[in-house]
Design a protein around this ligand. Structure first.
Ligand code: S3P
Length: 170
């Protein structure tokens, strides 16, 4: 890993950000923080409960606050974001100002949708297929602002994706 390099993984829900980040942290022996888990540990509440009780606008404020804390106060080498974090300008600015390398894990909507619907993890912003597809389409223009872009093809395991990222970026 290059000296001082810090990696941020983004991409739509269900693409496998947390798993790829976990693989990278295991085989490179670098510290990984998952933004959603960090938020939940600090708030002592799940994101699902937070959004249900206080709404998405509140959650987005907490998300930015926690992202700032991770970037400015921890020694992370790789952070996996929640799927919406990179969409907000203040978060992209924060990440860029601190010189982090951003990687977009891209996949087809079908692939993400399959993972979303088969996961035990119930995501609070998911209603139905049509509204999720709309969100997916709207977000592409933000994700493509990342520094790097890796396509997650169904024939590749997330471990193989992580290996490729390690070889090409880190
Ligand atoms: C969100 C994605 C979730 C979580 C929250 C909002 C989003 O994370 O941060 O439910 O807006 O896409 P994952 O991408 O890990 O599911």
């Amino acid at each position: 890993m290059k000296d001082g390099q810090r990696i941020v993984l983004t991409g739509f829900m269900g693409v496998g950000k947390s798993t790829v980040a976990k693989c990278l942290s295991q085989f490179l022996k670098i510290k990984h923080i998952d933004l959603d888990k960090f938020i939940e540990a600090n708030a002592n509440q799940t994101i699902k409960e937070m959004i249900k009780e206080k709404g998405e606008v509140f959650f987005r404020e907490v998300e930015t606050e926690n992202l700032r804390k991770i970037i400015e106060e921890t020694d992370f080498k790789i952070v996996s974001l929640g799927g919406g974090a990179w969409v907000f300008e203040q978060n992209r600015k924060l990440i860029k100002e601190h010189g982090c390398t951003t990687i977009w894990l891209e996949s087809s909507f079908e692939h993400c949708w399959r993972n979303i619907t088969s996961s035990k993890n119930v995501r609070p912003l998911i209603r139905d297929r049509a509204s999720t597809k709309k969100l997916f389409d709207e977000r592409q223009k933000y994700y493509c602002l990342a520094d790097w872009h890796f396509v997650v093809k169904p024939e590749l395991t997330l471990f193989e994706i992580a290996k490729r990222i390690a070889d090409e970026v880190i």
